[in-house]
Design a binder for this molecule. Structure first.
Ligand SMILES: Cc1cc2nc3c(=O)[nH]c(=O)nc-3n(C[C@H](O)[C@H](O)[C@H](O)COP(=O)(O)O)c2cc1C
Ligand code: SF4
Length: 495
């Protein structure tokens, strides 16, 4: 344990308040906290928002924004800003939206849906009262019946995690919500926080009650100030319903990798957001080494409905896997936005909800950058965890990006390679070097037209998959590999 462990978690918020990493700020914060200057500097420089606090305009270079012409805009180019439905997007120095299209679409009010983004938020906290009445074991049993799988990407059964933390011996345990949404193509957690913040607050309170945690941490991506305010308001409105918990907000500082659960914990602790080796898993040794339940925003927001209307009903909403699902739809569709459909809806159904295709569709990513590209022959595939895994892709966070027939898949793969290179934390060599090699190989191929530049890419991909600590390195080659597999014509010799 470090001598300054008790104050270390303050260094990132202090750097943010002070206006970022400068020699003066680092000195002052080091004196204030007792954390060595080199440590303060090293942690702070890891984060984009702390390293470039003066940027007046941050222009999103996520794929949907690039398709919408973001590269023509002035400003510092940054990784996906989580506003793909409003592309192209620019945020200002205060991290508020500066330029963006109109608000994206959502499913119209439909009270039969658990999330029902188009409906009114309910601040009655009936589900929390029911949880308190039923007790922890019954809550976990209902979650089990519902079959709810984590909506943050991996699809891990929620009840197993909740049960694991509830059964730990340590009297100190934490609940953390992962609201660091940064996967290019994904912006659903944003809509939950904006439109149904009480669903999230209630889900968190039920989780904390169930695993007997007092402290609840909300790690919200820094570029979502409006979303944070919305959740803060909801907690204030909830008042006495949730007053037995301590609510702590942590601002993300602009590092995609902090969405990975153990990197997120490191970040709360005031360190560089570098993923930990697992095991131990956070359920056993998470925040400050204590048992920690971490869930995605959407996962937690499903819980009130499961308790009020029953797990069985929730389960039956899905086609092949349980529940409804928020699909984020962007790219070449008529009305980009967040649409709630049965889990396992097809691409055609999801795009129909989003107003239909724009132009002639050629390819799509079903689950953000990490899911690679699929051709339209997969348009009738159920978009759920199992079917997409079998198809060599993944549902991830359901960031569906549609590409029309004007898009060069080698160019699209290059944008994803740029993203992964920028966002690799650099901890392990296969990922640090592999992401560079992928981006360079694609760049050289596109410049010269010579496919020989791609010859070593399979070996690079293998090294990355086998030798990376976390999911980022394991899947970073998928956009290139899937594009080459399904669209070989885009990777032939060019004149
Ligand atoms: C590179 C990387 C980025 C991730 N980003 C997010 C994220 O932004 N939000 C999220 O909830 N989960 C993200 N995850 C998944 C988390 O590690 C974790 O599985 C999830 O928060 C658990 O919540 P769930 O069980 O409710 O899905 C990411 C994983 C990886 C490997
Ligand atoms: S795989 Fe990449 S992002 Fe993950 S820990 Fe290793 S270097 Fe960091």
């Amino acid at each position: 344990m470090q001598r300054h462990g008790a104050v270390r978690h303050r260094i990132l918020p202090l750097l943010r308040e002070a206006g970022g990493v400068t020699p003066d700020n680092v000195k002052r914060i080091s004196v204030l906290t007792g954390v060595p200057e080199a440590d303060v500097w090293g942690a702070g420089r890891f984060y984009e928002l702390l390293s470039h606090p003066d940027a007046e305009r941050r222009v999103c270079q996520g794929l949907s924004c690039v398709l919408a012409g973001a590269m023509e805009l002035d400003g510092m180019k940054v990784s996906c800003l989580g506003q793909c439905d409003r592309a192209p997007v620019v945020i200002g120095r205060d991290l508020e939206l500066q330029e963006a299209g109109p608000r994206g679409g959502i499913t119209p009010d439909d009270p039969s849906l658990p999330m029902n983004l188009g409906g009114r938020d309910d601040a009655s906290y009936k589900a929390l009262a029911k949880a308190r009445e039923l007790g922890a074991d019954a809550v976990i049993a209902e979650l089990k019946t519902s079959g709810l799988q984590g909506r943050g990407g991996a699809g891990f059964p929620a009840h197993i995690k909740w049960n694991a933390v509830a059964n730990e011996d340590d009297p100190v345990r934490y609940v953390v919500v992962n609201a660091d949404e940064g996967e290019p193509g994904t912006f659903k957690d944003r809509e939950v926080m904006l439109r149904r913040p009480h669903l999230l607050v209630e889900g968190l309170a039920i989780a904390a009650f169930t695993v007997r945690a007092k402290d609840i941490y909300l790690y919200v991506r820094g570029e979502f100030p409006e979303e944070r305010r919305s959740v803060e308001r909801a907690i204030a409105e909830a008042g006495a319903h949730v007053a037995d918990f301590a609510w702590h907000f942590i601002d993300g500082q602009g590092a995609y990798i902090c969405g990975e659960e153990t990197a997120l914990l490191e970040s709360i602790e005031g360190k560089r957001g570098m993923p930990r080796h697992k095991p131990p898993f956070p359920t056993q040794a998470g925040l400050w080494g204590k048992p920690t339940l971490m869930n995605n925003v959407e996962t937690l927001a499903c819980v009130p409905d499961i308790l009020l209307r029953g797990g069985e009903r929730f389960k039956n909403l899905g086609r092949h896997e349980p529940g409804s699902k928020l699909y984020c739809v962007s790219g070449h569709v008529k009305r980009p936005g967040v649409y709630e459909l049965p889990l396992g809806a097809t691409l055609d159904e999801v795009v129909r909800a989003a107003g239909g295709y724009r132009g002639t569709p050629r390819a799509f990513s079903p689950g953000g950058a990490s899911s690679g590209f699929l051709p339209m022959s997969f348009r009738a595939l159920p978009l759920d965890f199992g079917h997409l895994r079998k198809a060599g892709s993944m549902l991830g966070s359901a960031g569906v990006v549609v590409l029309d027939d004007t898009v060069d898949l080698a160019e699209a793969a290059r944008w994803q390679a740029i993203f992964f290179e920028d966002e690799s934390c650099g901890q392990c060599a296969p990922c640090r070097l592999g992401t560079q090699l992928l981006r360079k190989g694609l760049g050289r191929y596109l410049q010269s037209g010579d496919p020989a530049h791609l010859d070593t890419m399979d070996a690079v991909a293998w090294e990355m998959e086998e030798g990376s600590i976390c999911g980022l390195g394991m899947i970073a080659a998928l956009p290139l590999q899937s594009a080459r597999k399904h669209f070989p014509e885009d990777f032939e010799r060019r004149g």
